[in-house]
Design a protein around this ligand. Sequence first.
Ligand code: DQA
Length: 142
Amino acid sequence: MKKILILNGPNLNLLGKREPEIYGSQTFEDYLLLLRKAFPEVSIDYFQSNHEGSLVDKIHEVGFDVEYLGIVLNAGAYTHTSIALHDAIAGVKTPVVEVHISNVHAREHFRHHSYISPKAAGIIVGCGLMGYDLAVQFLLKR
Ligand code: DQA
């Protein structure tokens, strides 16, 4: 069975209790159960880290594995700061879809720039957790 990795960056472990007016009140673990049920044809792996280097390591680990259709990456605040993540995505073969739960363009100016976007196969912004569904659909169909 083909695989997709969902890779969440810093503070996304707090989903459900972190700023629920922006990010909703569902935990990612609860959402992931529904997502896996919705896409039984693919094995959805999940990894979250608050550490930039661990995210880079994970991209390297999966990025040359032909079993993976792609990586769905919400790099959290590292989106706006990390040249290392930009380079990691540029350096691997697996396509990366950038997802943001909130509409970053309707928020603070420092969230408007992404180091991920120039290397992303697609970008989904502001659709809530449904953005992960859309990214999985895109990777399955592209
Ligand atoms: C986020 C948006 C980022 O600006 C923020 O730092 C996050 C979450 C989102 O999913 O909306 O941690 O990536």
